[in-house]
Design a protein around this ligand. Structure first.
Ligand code: THU
Length: 132
């Protein structure tokens, strides 16, 4: 099942808009409804305004009417499987259970499979605001 997500992330990565970093990233996720949603990084001349591939895939999922991630894949042309940035770990955790699989890939075929809890142990969640 992960293979279809790797193929989708590989394909969408080519559409990344990266004139500043030249570092293209693709992400694909399957929502719990079974739909596949994809995203790529989209940079901006005002650098902090750029968005990551994972954020794009999550935005596509929400726009498509889904709100839970069943599995997610990220791919880049990096020496080792590309790790999501800190902000993306929190964004993924918003929509995925701790045991959801995250597959990190290189375009050379290297893969590293982790869980959301591995990526963001002790995640801040809505339950921490229960007394508010
Ligand atoms: N980037 C992602 O899209 N996802 C990641 O997991 C790591 C970094 C992007 C952001 C920026 O466009 C470029 O990679 C270099 O940081």
């Amino acid at each position: 099942m992960t293979e279809d997500l790797i193929a989708a992330a590989t394909a969408v990565r080519l559409n990344a808009y990266t004139p500043y970093s030249r570092f293209k990233v693709g992400a694909a996720l399957r929502s719990t409804s079974g739909h596949v949603h994809v995203g790529c990084n989209v940079e901006n001349v005002a650098y902090p305004e750029g968005t990551c591939a994972e954020a794009g895939a999550i935005a596509a999922m929400v726009a498509g009417g889904d709100d839970r991630i069943a599995e997610i894949v990220v791919i880049a042309d990096s020496p080792t499987p590309v790790p999501p940035c800190g902000g993306c770990r929190q964004k993924i955790a918003e929509f995925a259970s701790p045991d959801v699989l995250v597959t990190l890939c290189t375009t050379d075929g290297e893969r590293l499979q982790l869980t959301v809890a591995d990526l963001l142990p002790g995640a801040f969640g809505a339950d921490h605001m229960d007394r508010a």
